[in-house]
Ligand binder design. Structure first.
Ligand SMILES: Cc1ncc(COP(=O)(O)O)c(C=O)c1O
Length: 377
């Protein structure tokens, strides 16, 4: 039974449970085959209403703030592996309470907090910067010259402070295993001498393991070889891979306007509020039943409901003319959406729901005026 989008209240993010489970199963297989730990990075996806599904597969979490670490503890029942560019005095004690591992971004931060970290029995790591990333997008390149992330090999020197048990690096973005292989060659060259006395290496996120064509066998071999060569526990913390292509943003056309020959379908959703990566990266999302612009076909820009002039993306072509009331279904709108959305302009937040073949659609949450108001004063 396919999803009947007309039965879903608009606007709404809809998680497709069979697709989510497919990703969880694949990632679990990699975890078991390579005998590594693979954590869900909360920064990409943290809709805790579906964590009972995640719990069935036994995943732990990586956090980048007190709120994420606490959510991991309360809703996933795990202590997080936490990394933040800097920790604050007022929150470090709570962060440690909810963390099993913590990575510091600088030697200053390590010196400031290693005592309290040791007292809490949390394993200490340092984020290092291999100064290499093949991310095509500057906004997702943590290794650009001048980056604020991690300690470079030059800065670190030949020895590590005794309290450090692990190294953390994050350089990839929606990458394949061959990009990881390149990073590992550079990482080993720059930091390999420090590995013999360490317990763990966290290879960050950006591993798009669930993308069609990802060479799983190659990844597993890389990870096993690394473990065998250096005798450390290996940790990955992808976010996107978990929620990649697992659902939709359902929206409705409210009006169609025309200016200078350009037709814009005005939607009950917004790119800036609800699909921010489309403008920030930027990229053009897939709309079900539409194609890129084709001459001779009805063609439209999609316009957001906010008043931001740039809140639109063009152009898509359809088989027939669009009209108010038609549904526009954006594909792959689960990762890096609900974690980044805003209520700019007072635009209401799309509902959250989940669909599966047996029970159909289940509404998880609706947003109200109170959600908007409570954030503002
Ligand atoms: C430190 C760190 N770990 C993990 C991730 C997750 O990356 P992705 O969702 O691309 O797998 C990110 C993303 O920015 C990150 O900064």
């Amino acid at each position: 039974m396919p999803i009947d989008f007309n039965k879903i209240p608009s606007p709404c993010y809809v998680i497709d449970e069979p697709l989510l489970r497919k990703n969880l199963e694949l990632i679990k297989k990699v975890k078991e085959a390579a005998e590594v730990d693979i954590l869900v990075s909360f920064k990409a996806f943290s809709n805790w209403g579906v964590f009972p599904i995640f719990k069935e597969y036994g995943f732990s979490a990586s956090a980048s703030s007190l709120n994420e670490a606490r959510l991991a503890f309360e809703e996933l029942g795990v202590k997080a592996h936490t990394y933040s560019p800097a920790y604050e005095k007022k929150t470090i004690a709570d962060i440690l309470k909810y963390s099993s591992h913590i990575s510091f971004n600088s030697i200053n931060q390590l010196q400031k907090y290693f005592k309290i970290t040791n007292q809490n029995g949390v394993s200490i790591g340092l984020r290092v910067n291999p100064e290499f990333s093949d991310s095509p997008y500057d906004i997702y390149n943590p290794c650009k010259p001048g980056s604020r992330f991690g300690i470079t090999a030059d800065q670190l020197g030949d020895t590590l402070p005794q309290v450090v048990e692990g190294l953390h690096f994050h350089t990839l973005f929606e990458a394949d295993s061959f990009a990881l292989e390149k990073v590992l060659t550079i990482f080993i060259d720059k930091f390999g001498k420090l590995l013999p006395r360490l317990k763990w290496v966290n290879m960050g996120g950006g591993h798009l393991i669930t993308k069609r064509g990802y060479d799983i066998d190659h990844l597993v071999k890389l990870l096993i070889d690394f473990k065998n060569n250096y005798g450390v526990e290996v940790i990955l913390e992808p976010g996107s891979a978990f929620a990649y292509q697992t659902g939709y943003l359902v929206s409705t056309i409210l009006d169609i306007v025309e200016n200078n020959g350009i037709k814009t379908a005005i939607l009950d959703v917004s790119f800036t509020c609800h699909m921010p990566d489309c403008l920030e990266m930027p990229y053009k999302p897939v709309i079900l039943g539409a194609t890129d612009e084709k001459t001779g076909k009805p063609t439209y820009r999609m316009g957001g409901i906010s008043c931001l002039a740039g809140d639109y993306i063009g152009n898509w072509s359809f088989d027939k003319e669009l009209k108010p009331g038609d549904k526009i279904i954006f594909d792959d709108m689960i990762h890096y959406t609900t974690v980044k959305t805003t209520m700019f302009n007072g635009v209401n937040h799309p509902s959250l729901g989940i669909w599966n073949e047996n029970s159909g659609f289940r509404l998880i949450k609706e947003f109200t005026y109170q959600d908007y108001k409570n954030r503002l004063s």
